[in-house]
Every structure is written in C-alpha cells, then in structure tokens.
Design a protein around this ligand. Structure first.
Ligand SMILES: Cc1cc2nc3c(=O)[nH]c(=O)nc-3n(C[C@H](O)[C@H](O)[C@H](O)COP(=O)(O)OP(=O)(O)OC[C@H]3O[C@@H](n4cnc5c(N)ncnc54)[C@H](O)[C@@H]3O)c2cc1C
Length: 464
C-alpha cells in the first residue's frame, strides 16, 4: 500500500526538470505540499545544456496536463500543439514560467544538491515501523549540509549529468580522463557557441543514438563553411537499422528525419563510418589524438589525427543518493526493475512503452518513487509524455486514489523500427514477444511493431 502513512511533512521532489516540475503540479492538484530540490541555479539544467537542440516531439507531447492547468489559471497562453520547440524554447516558454507561479516558486529550492536520503531513525536494514518514519533529505546548500524531513519522495533527478564514457566496455577508455579538455559529452552547441572549436578540425563522434546523430548532422552543416572539417563516426555494432530509424514510418516525423539525414551523410561520403569500433584507448601523438580499438581489431583500424571527440554515448543514473533506501533496480539497465523488460535496448527500438504508473514504479521502500529519465536508468528511449503519466499516477496513489492511479494512459508515437530482427541478448523475449505483466486496472492494448510493417503511428504500447 502506498498511501502516505505520515502526512506531517511535505513531499520532496528531487530535481526540477520537466518531470520533477510536473510531479509538483500533480502533487499540488492532489492537495499536497511539495518541496522541490534542484541542484542548479535555475530549473531544467539538462534542457539548458542542450538548449540549441530542436526536439523531435511537438508541443502537444511536451506539456504536462496538471502544469498546463496551473499555468493557464495564471494567464499563460500555450504554444501551438504542432510546433517543434528547441529545448531552450521549452525552458523559456513552459518550464521557467511554470517555476515562476507563486505556488511553485515558494516551494522551489535552487542550488540545493541532494546528496543522500534515508528514513529518520532507520538504516536500510531495520524494518519494524519503517513506513511511519519520515524521510530525511540531506542537501548541500551554499557549501553546507542541511537536512529536511519529508513524508514521501519522488526522485526525478534524471541521468544527464552522468554521461557514459566512450570506452566500449563501460569503463573510461585508457587516456579518456587525461584528454577531458578535448572531449565533449552529450550535445555540444556545434553551430553556435562552440563553432570555432570544431570548424576546420577533425572530429570523432562516438555513439549510435539520437544525440550522436544530431551532432553528426550539425558537423556536416558546419563543414560546408570549411572543407578542411573532417568527420569520423564510430559505433560499436554494425547494423545501422536501429540508428537510421523508421524514417517516414516514425510517428514523430522530426525523429524519423534525423535518421534519413544521417543515412544520406553516410551514403554521400560526408563522414567516415567506423563500424564494430570498440574504443579501448586514446593517445596523444604529435599533438593530435589517436583513438585505438580493442586489441583484436588490429592496428589498421586506429583513427588518427583527431582534434576533438564528441561522445554521444548516453548517460547513467546517480545511484549514490538512494544507497540507504530499499530500492529495486534492474541489474543492467539500472532502471526501475519492473520497467526493464519493456525498455531494454537489447530487445526494443520501437520507442514506446506499455502504459505504467505507481505499481511498476513502487519500491520495497514505501512512498519512495523514481520517475522521469532516471526511472529508465541507462535505457535511451524516455519521452517526457511517459514521465508526465508516471507522476500523475504516483501523486494519485499518494492521495489514496488508486482507481485514478491505476488508470494509466499513454499515447506515444513509435519510431517505426522494431529490433526483433537484431536482438542478441536472448534475455527478455524480443521487441514484440513480451507477455504483458497484468496489473489490475491497466488498460493494456496488445500491439506489436513487426519490422517494416508498422500499422499505426499511435499505438498505445509497442510491446504490450
Ligand atoms: C538531447 C536530448 C533530446 C531529447 N529530446 C526529447 C524530445 O524531443 N521529446 C521528449 O519527450 N524527450 C526528449 N528527450 C528525453 C527527455 O525528455 C529528457 O531527457 C528530459 O530531460 C528528462 O526529464 P527529467 O525531468 O526526467 O530529467 P532532467 O531534465 O535531466 O532533470 C533533472 C533535474 O534534476 C536536477 N538534479 C540532478 N541531480 C540532482 C540532485 N542530486 N539534487 C537536486 N537536483 C538534481 C538536474 O539539475 C535537473 O534540473 C531528450 C533527451 C535528450 C538528452
């Protein structure tokens, strides 16, 4: 049971990204008193980091319903549903105005970096009476540790600030830390702020996801201004189907367009693709970097003369803050455990997830939840719309409205590509082969994204 057994204290929301702020909106709607802890000196630090990036989901998917209601009650006019904003526009036109609503602003603690959470008087091992003990949130504010009590906690701290290293085995490549000044993680502003850093240089982009695709497309654009600009692209696998995506079959045309553009860059020879390139080491040779793959790939495979590296290798959650709580995470994705079979990139590429809420997101620790991008752990396909439904369900459960909490609905556009033909883990059943885990009250529509035969761009869930 997850109704709050202790309502004396506020509900702590950790992180003021799109999902943390949506959590605050739903908690306010349910009559709770949320307090939002945010490390940064402003809300949405992740979106501010890649402000230049045009999102592939239009506004209709990017605004939480409870946040919209609160904003409209304060005179806000919503942007047009079909427009595609940049991440920066989402901050300026939606998240920042939301954070300025007096009921939100008064509950928002900026520059408050949460370092640890526990329960008052209870370490992780002690059980009896645990559910009645308030949480203690320990946050670093102005260089000092402060403690706050909370009746419940929603951890929406995301993954963005813990990028994966470029070493193929998950560890930093040998030399990666030594050359940190020549490596940018995530999505650097190639055509704007960092233009001079990349113009006319030899750049290696590492990774096979949307971030790497976006950086490659930006570099190709930049190269038009200086033909000396050379672009290398290293991926660990050899199958480009997932990377190029579903093209025109993608339910989000802007996401499909990324793959189409990338494919044409490869086909037109505008970049040099290195398949099966498992990076082991980076060395400095005569002032430029040599990037060396695993030993069994041979000397010839080395990439020499690299000036800059862009690591679009994804990110991973910070698990340290919940060390003293009873959380249940997947062994390899580090996602909330129940979500793992639905989002494992070894099996899935369709970009959707079965509707889910407080049941799947619960932990052995009562009234503690992980939501948003962090709930997906290392899996890359999280969309804001998923997180908005997660926190709606959690807030309803905390208020004891289980009918509403379990009536989870998700309308997510598929990528138009299904990974069932290149699954190699043998672990969780393939993109379309998963039996739905029945949960009371869930309206689960069994739908399947068979390769090359996507029937609808708006199915409720790919992997039912
Ligand atoms: C390049 C890129 C493009 C994307 N495009 C889309 C898109 O088009 N459509 C879509 O739906 N989704 C998109 N996503 C996915 C997703 O919506 C974003 O990752 C989104 O930022 C997730 O929101 P969040 O609130 O879970 O996490 P975040 O936005 O990462 O927010 C977490 C917040 O928590 C704060 N924080 C972190 N640690 C602590 C701590 N210890 N204490 C206090 N505060 C802390 C951070 O400063 C941050 O403000 C994209 C993601 C990326 C990376």
């Amino acid at each position: 049971m997850n109704t709050l057994s202790n309502t004396e204290y506020p509900i702590a929301v950790l992180g003021a990204g799109p999902i943390g702020l949506a959590a605050a909106a739903h908690l306010l709607e349910q009559g709770f008193n949320p307090v939002i802890f945010e490390s940064g000196n402003a809300v949405a630090t992740s979106f501010r980091d890649f402000a230049q990036v045009r999102l592939f989901s239009p506004w209709r998917y990017n605004i939480d319903k409870a946040a919209r209601k609160l904003l409209e009650a304060n005179g806000w006019i919503a942007p047009s549903d079909d427009d595609l904003p940049t991440a920066g526009e989402v901050v300026q036109q939606y998240l920042q105005p939301f954070a300025e609503i007096p009921a939100v602003k008064s509950r928002l603690k900026l520059n408050a970096h949460v370092v640890e959470i526990t329960r008052k008087g209870y370490d992780k091992v002690r059980t009896k009476g645990r559910e009645h003990a308030p949480f203690i949130i320990r946050a670093e504010i102005g260089g000092k540790l402060q403690e706050f009590m909370a009746s419940g906690v929603i951890d929406a701290t995301g993954n963005w600030h813990q990028p994966n290293p470029i070493g193929a085995n998950g560890l930093p490549a040998i030399g990666e830390r030594d050359f940190a000044d020549r490596i940018e993680y995530g999505m650097p502003d190639i055509l704007g702020r960092l233009r001079d850093r990349y113009l006319g240089k030899c750049i290696l982009v590492v990774g096979g996801g949307h971030s790497a695709a976006g950086s490659l497309i930006a570099l190709a654009e930049l190269a038009k201004n200086d033909p000396r600009t050379r672009i290398h692209w290293a991926i660990r696998g050899s199958n480009l189907t997932r990377i190029f995506g579903g093209g025109e079959a993608d339910g989000l045309p802007a996401r499909g367009a990324l793959g189409i553009k990338l494919r044409s860059l490869v086909e037109n020879g505008q970049l040099t693709l290195h398949k099966n390139f498992n990076i082991r080491e980076i060395r400095n040779e005569n002032g430029s970097l040599t990037v060396i793959p695993e030993l069994d790939q041979g000397e010839a495979a080395q990439i020499q003369g690299v000036d800059e590296i862009v690591a679009g290798t994804g990110s991973r959650p910070d698990l340290s803050i919940t060390r003293e709580l009873r959380v249940r995470l997947d062994a390899w994705l580090e996602s909330v455990e129940a979500l793992a079979p639905l989002i494992d990139p070894n099996e899935h590429s369709c970009g959707t997830v079965r509707p889910h809420g407080r049941r799947e997101l619960s932990h052995p620790e009562p009234n503690f939840y992980i939501a948003g991008a962090k709930s997906y752990g290392r899996a890359p396909t999280f969309l804001m719309a998923t997180g908005y439904e997660q926190v709606r369900s959690i807030a309803a459960a905390m208020a004891g409205d289980f009918a509403s909490a379990d009536d989870v609905q998700l309308d997510l556009p598929e990528t138009g590509v299904c990974s069932s033909d290149f699954s190699d883990s043998g672990g969780r059943g393939g993109c379309c082969g998963i039996e739905p885990k029945k949960t009371t009250g869930l309206a689960v529509e069994q739908s399947c994204c068979s390769t090359g035969n996507v029937t609808s761009s708006k199915q409720v869930a790919c992997c039912g």
